[in-house]
Design a protein around this ligand. Structure first.
Ligand code: ADP
Ligand code: MG
Length: 398
């Protein structure tokens, strides 16, 4: 896939209507009060919005929220987003009552340069997730340029993330541009040695990433729940640890493939076990492959921490996807925290992909020490798998 795409800076937006796809899929209070519990994604969209307004564009912003499945679900209205965005911009955001209906159409037609409006939740339209050309065209018809800045949605070929680009010149906003530059750069021409740290819960959800990074990386580090499938495949005792027995053969193959390719593959040498999956579990540290019956591995052990931290110390680039343990329980967050700290100290380019990994780095307080924390969970995973992202492929090549 070509990651070198035109950006908002490569196109003249002055006096034009710009359809801007944002990721305003923000968490809302469960009580239906319309309170946004974390506005990070709205803040992240500000640089592109501000740039477009400053350049004299009229901005028609759009986003999905939740899964209304083609129905109008009032609790999933973007009205609270419009209110918050107004506060952050210090400027009124005109809210449309629909996506491509009469209200959106007339408000879009009347929109002046320097003004911004927000369409209703794109998934209120059944055609959104089906990438219906009629919906894409109706959205495109309101504008003259399409700017995509919803990295979290680029792995989906929906009407507002990809379809509209069939009808309008399409470029990236600053958020997507940075994702393409940093992650795309690390995959295409990494500063070496490239160390990939892979963890999280399951081997099965990370196969594509392991496969792709085996072709690119110099060192692959395995941690988290998936390490026990590798351990069991070598005949280790894993007790009640997460185990995907269907993937044991695959794990063996990966170890062999790494050896054949000269990729260094590091597996845990010790593990922190609990006697139950709970924050207050009793704890013991054992050698890898020697987990007693009734116990389960919930974090990498201290020797493994040292091994992994040494491996990233002189890296040129580190790509990290998947926590080293159940970091949500403080007793089992040490491995993840130590790796985050090691990353904060290297001179390497450090890239965090994956929703839980990003949350872990934030929660542990290392977010501002990383080169890049991807704003897209699923999208960054598919990016690292080397898959074509429809929402990126549809943009104009630079
Ligand atoms: P990401 O979202 O960054 O791609 P994943 O979704 O693959 O990461 O995995 C994150 C989850 O993996 C976390 O909720 C964490 O608790 C869990 N996890 C990590 N290590 C273990 C383990 N040893 N046993 C069970 N779950 C684990
Ligand atoms: Mg996850």
């Amino acid at each position: 896939m070509n990651y070198n795409k035109k950006t908002v800076k490569d196109i003249d937006v002055k006096g034009k209507k710009v359809l801007l796809r944002c990721d305003f899929n923000v968490p809302m209070a469960k009580d239906g009060s319309g309170v946004i519990t974390d506005d990070k994604r709205i803040r992240a969209a500000l640089p592109t919005i501000q740039y477009l307004l400053d350049q004299g564009a009229a901005v028609i912003a759009c986003s999905h929220m939740g899964k209304p499945k083609g129905q109008v679900v009032p609790e999933l209205s973007l009205k609270p987003v419009a209110a918050r965005l107004s506060e952050l911009l210090g400027k009124q955001v005109i809210m449309a009552a629909d996506v491509v209906g009469p209200d959106a159409q007339s408000k879009a037609a009347a929109l002046q340069p320097g003004q911004i409006m927000l369409l209703e939740n794109t998934r209120f339209e059944a055609g959104e997730t089906k990438n219906d050309p009629a919906l894409a065209k109706a959205m495109a018809d309101m504008a003259q340029i399409y700017v995509s800045d919803a990295f979290g949605a680029v792995h989906r070929a929906h009407a507002s993330t990809a379809g509209v680009a069939d009808y309008l010149p399409a470029v990236s906003g600053f958020l997507i541009q940075k994702e393409l530059e940093v992650i795309g750069g690390a995959l295409a021409a990494p500063k070496r040695p490239l160390v990939a740290i892979l963890g999280g819960s399951k081997v099965s959800s990370k196969i594509g990433v392991i496969n792709n990074l085996l072709e690119i990386a110099d060192t692959i580090i395995i941690g988290g729940g998936m390490a026990y499938t590798f351990s069991a495949a070598e005949g280790g005792k894993v007790g009640n640890s997460l185990l995907e027995s269907d993937w044991m053969d695959y794990s063996k193959e990966m170890v062999k493939k790494a050896a054949d390719k000269g990729v260094k593959l590091l597996l845990p040498v010790d593990t922190v076990c609990g006697d139950k999956f709970a924050p207050d579990a009793n704890i013991q540290v054992v050698e890898a492959g020697q987990i007693p019956d009734g116990w389960e591995g919930l974090d990498i052990g201290p020797k493994t921490v040292k091994l992994y931290c040494d491996a990233v110390a002189d890296a040129g680039t580190v790509i990290w996807n998947g926590p080293m343990g159940v970091f949500e329980f403080p007793a089992f967050a040490k491995g993840t925290e130590a790796v985050a700290e090691a990353l904060s100290k290297t001179n390497a380019i450090t890239i965090i992909g994956g929703g839980d990994s990003a949350a872990a780095v934030q929660q542990l307080g290392y977010a501002d020490k990383m080169t890049h924390i991807s704003t897209g969970g699923g999208a960054s995973l598919e990016f690292m798998e080397g898959k074509e992202l429809p929402g990126v492929a549809c943009l104009l090549d630079a």
